[in-house]
Design a protein around this ligand. Structure first.
Ligand SMILES: [Zn+2]
Ligand SMILES: [Zn+2]
Length: 600
């Protein structure tokens, strides 16, 4: 499969890696220095600038000023005062948000075009303008400036890298940045455990506990997904079996869908949605989505619609549109969300989602080793057909995507080659939101979590970002002297899926061919060397955590037996526990798994 090989990430193993990030940073800052600087914000630890916030600033704009002050001080040694725009105008100012001092200038910012997350970065005379839409634009602008213009990096909640500069200068700037994805959701614990870190990466989903100082979240769902049992409860269906799906000649109960052509099912659902909106006034998306099973209704009426539309998405979307139509007038800012998932993934022939209906398309069946757009696996070809069809008709197409092995959170999941192509592919087909599901369990810590979460956040913010650069920077900063070996290891686990075109899926077993004994043994040898190269305890521990996957495969596929197995299992559990890992898979805790195996 040549095409995927060419699209692969270069996990380069060279001796110069450890200094690569530093070298890149020096170069880029040198670039700033040699371009004719328009403004010098600080020089030798001194500054003539202050930060001006609007008198009516919202919490996230005030926090934007504090973050800018904090990081400019780390970078330059100079602490800029924060003042209100009721103070008199000075020539050396950093103007944040929709600011009275900005209004006095000739330069204009069209806030209506920036949305809730976009911003303008502009140098006007000796002033720097960071002006964004509410509620998150200005804060996003501050982080983009710090990261892209001054070289600050937030690798993990605990590890940041901030350059120290004698002179903080900027060339003439005039950039308007509005992220192409309105909702950016990396569903990995790494971001959920620290809201400040999530905000710095400009992810804006609902699971990060983002507060008003961060500008809150873009999406606030109620309920989050699979809501049929909540809409038309099973107890009610006991009295009214006609609400249940008709399957093989009878109404089926248990964990099933509902009869969507039944007028009472619609009436009750609309009432329930109105009630949910009342009870959850902060929710801007109400989920009217199928349960996490098949069991859809095949009564005469439901079936007639599905047959005519060529997909069970027909009766579903007809129903969801009716709910959305009923509430739209009273609640114009609330969207109704449904899934295009498993049996409803294929778009209907003629029924179109209303303008207030979100369709969340799920890639659960796909191969993730190779780009969705080019992988030859049949499941990917089918997904391509579905996204093309939905993309053409859905005004609000969201995607629920998958980035780990859910049956084995610690198992190598060699998907780095495809991440960027897939994000680009989604965007090309009109997707407005990406939900990248990973290990979201309480303790997090899945295979390569810190790197994977970091790269995903970078991609969701900017699908055209330089992934290669981010991987190199991250690995060098996080793994220190062991970095070249970590890159070599990543290369070694990606090679089988590149060279032998092996496909990977989210419930693959530890005995899968791409995790062969040879591959895992080679990986372990490299990580052995990595551990020896680690320069301190922090780095050594990070390498040990990166090693858990090769041990996991060894243990879980029974390639090690007897005392050696017990010994390895104990070491595994000790390191995983120290790393805070709570779950070994979506359904099983580390404790439960470890105990069961030790007893065996
Ligand atoms: Zn029916
Ligand atoms: Zn594939």
């Amino acid at each position: 499969m040549k095409n995927t090989q060419n699209a692969g990430i270069q996990f380069t193993d060279t001796n110069t890696q450890s200094s690569r990030w530093a070298a890149w940073l020096a170069l880029s800052l040198l670039g700033l220095g040699t371009t004719k600087a328009a403004v010098t914000i600080a020089d030798q630890g001194r500054t003539k600038y202050h930060i001006v916030v609007p008198v009516g600033a919202i919490p996230s704009e005030r926090y934007a000023a504090e973050e800018l002050q904090r990081y400019l001080e780390k970078i330059s040694g100079a602490k800029l005062a924060i003042v209100s725009d009721t103070e008199k105008t000075e020539s050396r100012e950093i103007l944040l948000g929709d600011n009275a001092h900005l209004a006095k200038l000739r330069t204009e910012v069209d806030f209506t075009k920036l949305g809730p997350d976009g911003f303008v970065l502009r140098v006007d005379g000796s002033r720097l303008i960071i002006a964004g839409g509410r509620p998150r634009g200005t804060l996003n602008g501050v982080y983009t400036l710090l990261e892209e213009k001054f070289g600050a990096r937030w690798f993990t909640p605990e590890l940041e890298a901030v350059p120290k500069l004698e002179r903080v200068r900027l060339p003439k700037l005039n950039e308007t940045i509005v992220p192409v994805l309105e909702n950016r959701d990396v569903f990995w614990r790494q971001f959920m455990r620290n809201a400040d870190f999530a905000a710095r990466h400009r992810v804006n989903g609902q699971h990060y506990s983002l507060t008003p100082k961060h500008g809150g979240a873009f999406t606030v769902y109620h309920p989050f997904v699979h809501s049929f049992d909540g809409l038309v409860p099973p107890e009610l269906c006991k009295e009214h079996p006609e609400y249940l799906p008709f399957i093989n000649g009878q109404r089926k109960s248990g964990y099933v869908q509902r009869c969507l052509s039944n007028p009472d099912v619609l009436r009750i659902s609309i009432e329930r949605v109105r009630q949910w909106i009342k009870e959850h006034p902060q929710a801007n998306i109400i989920s009217v989505s199928q349960n996490d099973t098949f069991n859809n209704c095949q009564c005469e009426q439901c079936k007639a619609t599905d047959d005519a539309e060529g997909s069970p998405a027909g009766s579903l979307l007809k129903f969801v549109n009716a709910v959305a139509g009923a509430i739209e007038k009273d609640h114009p800012n609330v969207r109704i969300d449904t899934l295009a998932y498993q049996y409803t993934r294929k778009a209907p022939k003629t029924i179109r989602p209303r303008r207030n209906v979100i369709v969340r398309l799920c890639s659960i069946e796909c191969c993730f080793a190779h780009p969705l757009e080019t992988c030859a696996a049949k499941e990917n070809q089918r997904f391509r057909d579905d996204i093309v069809a939905w993309g053409a008709v859905a005004p609000l197409l969201y995607v629920w995507d998958y980035t780990t092995d859910f049956g084995h959170y610690q198992q190598p999941f060699p998907n780095f080659d495809a991440l960027q192509s897939n994000v680009r592919f989604f965007v090309k087909h009109g997707v407005k939101s990406l939900f990248e599901q990973g290990n979201y369990s309480g303790g997090g810590g899945g295979e390569m979590e810190p790197l994977r979460a970091y790269v995903l956040a970078k991609l969701l913010w900017n699908p055209e970002t330089d992934v290669q650069k981010h991987i190199n920077e991250f690995v060098n900063a996080y793994y220190g002297k062991a970095a070249p070996k970590i890159l070599a290891y990543l290369d070694s686990i990606h090679r089988p899926v590149r060279e032998q075109a092996k496909h990977i899926h989210i419930f693959d077993k530890p005995a899968s061919a791409y995790l062969s004994e040879d591959v895992m043994n080679a990986g372990e040898r490299i990580l052995d060397e990595a551990e020896q190269m680690a320069e301190n305890d922090d780095v050594r521990f990070r390498v040990q955590v990166a090693r858990l996957p090769v041990w996991y495969v060894k243990i879980a596929s029974n390639r090690v037996t007897g005392d050696a197995r017990t010994e390895l299992l104990k070491r595994f559990v000790a390191i995983a526990s120290k790393a805070g890992v709570s779950n070994i898979s979506e359904g099983k805790s580390l404790d439960e798994w470890g105990k069961k195996l030790i007893v065996q």
